[in-house]
Ligand binder design. Structure first.
Ligand code: HEM
Ligand SMILES: *[C@@H]1O[C@H](CO)[C@@H](O)[C@H](O)[C@H]1NC(C)=O
Ligand SMILES: *[C@@H]1O[C@H](CO)[C@@H](O)[C@H](O)[C@H]1NC(C)=O
Length: 472
């Protein structure tokens, strides 16, 4: 007892000394505290400015603030103090040069649906390890072998659109981007597995934007249950692969073969979380940009003619489409390629991203306190007249001159930049090739309006009718 008491006293003294030391050190690096917070208004406590943000087009909300306060300003969203960054320089600071001071941050409810081991929730060694595997399986060298399969997926999907009935374009594009996601992860997956994954994933998908609650019957709860079934299916696929001992170069193959410096392999759960993570990152993003491409070229007949001419020339050199597209051909579509870039800029489907400061950070004399959310505002940068002349105009010719560094970041930048960017672009080029060489289409109903789900998509998924164009 006696001894125990003395020990407690010693421990207390030790802790006190430690605390004093820590705090006196904090005081010494106090200069940061003298830096001032960024300008801006925080709105009401807790609710902050959330209402204003969600009751209008978010880019208008940010643009108004930016005009008033400049490249960095503070606000309060969903109970979190935030620093918004609206310049290429500030975005580079957070995402690239000082990336170690800002960690990714996502709502817990989303992490539960996707799986906590998915790479985009992480930072440091684990993140780098997974990132290398994902990047490798989505590199140019890997995806050049996927051209024929992506073309087959796209052609099959587009053929079902013909006949003039009304199609929800976004919905149909999601089918394509899902199948391409599956292809890049598993290579050729048995149809019964693809089918089970597809059905269960679509239930999970409905949970992403629903209110997170455990009440049975809600979309979120159903999504959690579907996520469990997805783990079971993935477990079966993994088990089969391990038995066959095939050395495949697709993502699943690389995940299965990975060993860290201690020789440890990834667990089935880590593999599953990353597979679901890639499907999540790949599907709605690519599908919404493809929907925008279809709208932009529909709305500009001259542009459509130019894209058609480029793609028809390729089709003719492939014996009127009877030969498959080659990798080389997909690398030589200068007009279509600029249309893809301009669609990425105009639509800016990832309007901004989130990070959290892991320490007090100073940027240009402003303090970003530890724990604050930090949001690089891609859309504002993409739509600023300072970097893009007449920014609201869809003008692919603007890329005849390369954009200034960090002014065009549809795929983000730095350690978390999108590893799927080349695959996404390839998919968009192939889709456009088939669309303009084989079809004519009409957009149905309301021509303007944007829906956020959460990515901006034309209202109602852009209902449209498609007809096979009689070859001329
Ligand atoms: C047009 C389509 C796409 C767009 C606009 C897009 C955009 C982005 C952006 C902006 C980020 C960075 C987010 C951040 O820094 O917080 C990102 C990350 C990521 N994307 Fe994409 N993406 C697209 C398609 C794809 C595809 C097709 C795949 C995979 C097949 C993919 C896989 C990923 C992954 C795994 C990450 C996380 C990387 C990391 O945290 O290290 N994306 N994407
Ligand atoms: C989901 O996955 C299970 C296997 O875990 C499968 O039996 C079922 O058919 C799939 N589809 C749906 C809609 O749940
Ligand atoms: C691919 O295109 C380049 C020119 O862009 C050409 O030099 C090369 O021979 C082509 N390769 C194949 C396999 O067609």
């Amino acid at each position: 007892m006696e001894l125990g008491g003395i020990l407690v006293v010693y421990v207390l003294i030790f802790l006190l000394t430690l605390l004093t030391y820590v705090f006196s050190r904090r005081d010494k690096r106090e200069p940061l505290k003298s830096a001032k917070l960024p300008p801006g208004s925080m709105g009401w406590p807790y609710i902050g400015e959330t209402l204003q943000l969600f009751s209008q087009d978010p880019s208008v909300f940010f643009a108004t603030k930016q005009k008033k306060y400049g490249e960095i300003f503070k606000t309060h969203i969903l109970g979190c103090p935030c620093a918004m960054l609206a310049s290429p320089e500030a975005a580079r600071f957070v995402l690239v040069t000082q990336a170690h001071l800002f960690k990714p941050t996502y709502p817990k409810s989303k992490e539960r649906l996707i799986g906590p081991s998915a790479l985009f929730f992480h930072q440091g060694d684990y993140h780098m390890r997974l990132r290398k595997l994902v990047q490798g399986s989505l590199s140019l060298d890997a995806i050049r072998n996927l051209v024929a399969d992506i073309e087959a997926i796209t052609a099959t999907a587009l053929d079902t659109w013909a006949g003039g009935r009304v199609i929800n374009t976004f919905h149909e594009m999601k089918k394509i981007s899902f199948e391409v996601g599956i292809l890049s992860i598993f290579g050729h997956l048995e149809a019964r597995y693809t089918d089970e994954l597809k059905k269960n994933y679509s239930i999970l998908d409905k949970g992403y934007n629903s209110f997170p609650t455990n009440i049975p019957g809600t979309a979120y709860k159903k999504a959690l249950l579907a996520r469990k079934r997805l783990s079971t299916i993935l477990g079966a696929i993994i088990c089969e692969r391990k038995e066959k001992r095939l050395l495949q170069k697709d993502l699943l193959g690389s995940l299965l073969n990975s060993k860290d410096e201690k020789g440890e392999i990834l667990t089935d759960e880590q593999i599953a979380d990353n597979i679901i993570g890639v499907l999540f990152a790949a599907q709605d993003t690519t599908a919404s940009v493809m929907t925008w491409i279809l709208k932009y070229i529909h709305d500009d007949p001259k542009l459509l003619e130019a894209v058609k001419a480029e793609q028809n020339a390729i089709r003719e050199s492939n014996d009127g489409g009877s030969q498959p597209l080659t990798w080389n051909q997909t690398r030589n579509m200068p007009i279509t390629c600029k249309v893809v870039l301009e669609s990425l800029r105009m639509a800016s489907i990832i309007s901004f991203t989130y990070r959290e400061a892991v320490a007090d950070v100073e940027y240009k004399g402003y303090l970003i306190p530890k724990g604050w959310k930090v949001l690089p505002l891609f859309r504002n940068i993409h739509h600023s007249p300072e970097f893009f002349v007449d920014p609201q105009k869809f003008d692919p010719t603007r890329y005849e001159v390369a954009p200034k560094p960090y002014t065009l970041m549809p795929f983000g930048s730095g350690v978390h930049a999108c590893p799927g960017n080349e695959l996404a672009k390839l998919e968009m080029l192939i889709m456009t090739h088939h669309l303009v060489t084989k079809f004519r289409w009409e957009v149905v109903g309301s021509q303007s309006g944007i829906q956020y789900g959460p990515f901006p998509v034309p209202v109602n998924g852009l209902p449209a009718r498609f007809w096979i164009e009689s070859s001329s």
